[in-house]
Design a protein around this ligand. Structure first.
Ligand code: AMP
Ligand code: ZN
Length: 476
């Protein structure tokens, strides 16, 4: 089945067909590793993971790159303030980022290029743009891209040049006057010894460092080719970042840079964008400390369509936890069926759920409708179970369906945990002590369980043990 995706550039849903007829080449803008990412950032990464996994489930092959921005104003400033090298400063945050991806069960992609390892490629692009006179050196020695030389500039964000210039002039800082045109953007930022204290790269046009936009163009083209299928990012990346990526990549390669542009709407908090600069954010670590698991957070971020803003609340996070509990209880019910009946009462129900799930997913990743199909299946099969009309074989088929859709959802089946027998025994003894109303003894068993990293969770089958997940704290 083909996926239809909303392309920001054409403003239409389009059927995804790989440029080379075989493999989807996808590029997603990654984090700037100057601090921990917040759950707003992870809304975008989870949506991109849903896109990747859905493509695979629908039968596509995929090669994906997500960049790691390990050089920009913020990383340089922080490294200087802490008197460490850029590398020493950024590396713990890079490690934390990968831990967070793992925690949210975001599937690893094929390439995670670091910007500092592709400076040579960036320099080559800038050199060619200078030769073509599409780029120029400003009075401050930085190199700028002249947007007047790229007639279709603005075609992604659907803005015309006048609007762009008016918008930009309101936000101008002093050094914008170094450029010929206020809307031109930096490809290479000339070294400022006072501000950057020894952090620079040599280039034919003087010492300095790349601008942020050129990083993505260079890495995308080097790893995936000059024409790629899908490029994704948060909506705030659309302008100017992605607009600039198009301009510099196409001016350099003379090829159409991206076939489908996908933009993910923001995670809000109190109806404002969650962001570092507003200070209104939660990191994954904050939510883990409050007792939530990666799958609860993943489900919350996943369940709303990626083109609709999502307002974060703890009530919504609780509701996500409850939805997963409902699925867990259903699975336990399926697993505890023992009778092999001759009847076949769920075939139609399962077939309808399968069809609807795939159909909705293939329609611009309509995950809310796909999940509704799953919960309708659960409701109907639960009723059939109450009537003792579900056979062991049928349960197995439903289970296989759940496993299959979890290759996309990634939050139904967490890896099986082998719980030490002595803790299972402690749980049994605790239950016994509670029945005897010996609360002190019961609490001592609970403490024993908790100090070993497990918690007691209620389920329809009675209390059970679950591993508590924690993430190592990194020193900022
Ligand atoms: P940054 O580190 O700010 O460059 O952001 C990394 C990625 O997260 C980009 O694709 C952003 O568009 C995205 N992003 C940042 N804030 C939010 C938010 N509140 N909701 C969704 N995505 C976001
Ligand atoms: Zn980017």
């Amino acid at each position: 089945m083909h996926l239809k995706i909303y392309n920001t550039e054409s403003r239409n849903k389009e059927e995804v067909l790989p440029l080379d007829g075989k493999t989807i080449h996808m590029y997603t803008c990654g984090p700037t590793i100057y601090n921990y990412a917040h759950i707003g950032n992870f809304r975008t990464y989870v949506a991109e993971d849903l896109l990747r996994r859905s493509l695979k489930l629908l039968g596509y092959q995929i090669v994906q790159a997500m960049n790691i921005t390990d050089i920009d104003d913020k990383t340089i400033k922080a490294a200087i303030a802490q008197k460490v090298s850029l590398h020493e400063y950024t590396r713990p945050y890079e490690e934390a980022f990968f831990e967070d991806l793992h925690f949210l069960n975001i599937e690893p992609v094929e390439y995670y290029p670091r910007a500092t390892e592709y400076i040579e490629e960036m320099i080559l692009i800038i050199q060619k743009l200078l030769e073509l006179k599409i780029a120029y050196q400003g009075v401050d020695k930085s190199i700028y891209f002249s947007i007047a030389k790229f007639p279709s500039y603005g075609r992604l964000s659907h803005l015309c040049l006048d609007q762009l210039e008016a918008g930009i002039s309101n936000r101008m800082s002093e050094d914008e006057y170094e450029k010929e045109n206020i809307a031109d953007f930096a490809l290479w930022k000339a070294y400022d010894p006072e501000k950057e204290q020894g952090i620079y790269w040599d280039s034919p046009f003087g010492p300095g460092r790349p601008g942020w936009h050129i990083e993505c163009s260079a890495m995308a083209m080097k790893l995936l080719g000059s024409s790629i299928d899908i490029h994704a990012g948060g909506v705030d990346n659309m302008f100017p970042h992605h607009e600039n990526e198009i301009a510099q990549s196409e001016a350099f390669s003379c090829s159409h840079f991206v076939k489908y542009w996908v933009h993910i709407e923001h995670l809000l908090i109190d109806h404002k964008k969650m962001s570092k600069s507003l200070g209104n954010f939660y990191t994954l670590r904050d939510l883990i400390a409050k007792g939530y698991e990666g799958r609860h957070i993943r489900y919350l971020l996943l369940q709303t369509h990626y083109r609709i803003q999502l307002n974060f609340t703890f009530r919504a996070l609780e509701a996500a936890r409850a939805s997963l509990q409902r699925i867990d209880d259903f699975i336990i019910r399926l697993k505890t069926l023992t009778k092999d009946l001759e009847i076949d009462s769920t075939t139609d129900v399962l077939k309808a759920a399968e069809e609807m799930f795939y159909l909705h997913l293939a329609d611009d990743l309509n995950i809310s409708a796909a999940l509704a199909a799953l919960f309708e299946l659960i409701r109907q099969v639960n009723t059939l179970c109450d009537e003792k009309r579900v056979s062991l074989n049928e349960a197995k088929r439903i289970f296989t369906f759940l496993q299959k859709i979890d290759t996309v959802l990634g939050c139904i089946f967490v890896e099986e945990e082998s719980i030490p027998e002595e803790l299972q025994e402690a749980l049994r003894l605790r239950q016994h002590a509670r029945r005897e109303k010996n609360w002190k003894l019961a609490d001592s068993y609970r403490d024993k369980i908790q100090t070993r990293g497990y918690c007691i969770e209620d389920s329809p089958q009675g209390p059970r043990l679950k591993k508590m997940r924690t993430i190592k704290k990194k020193k900022p």
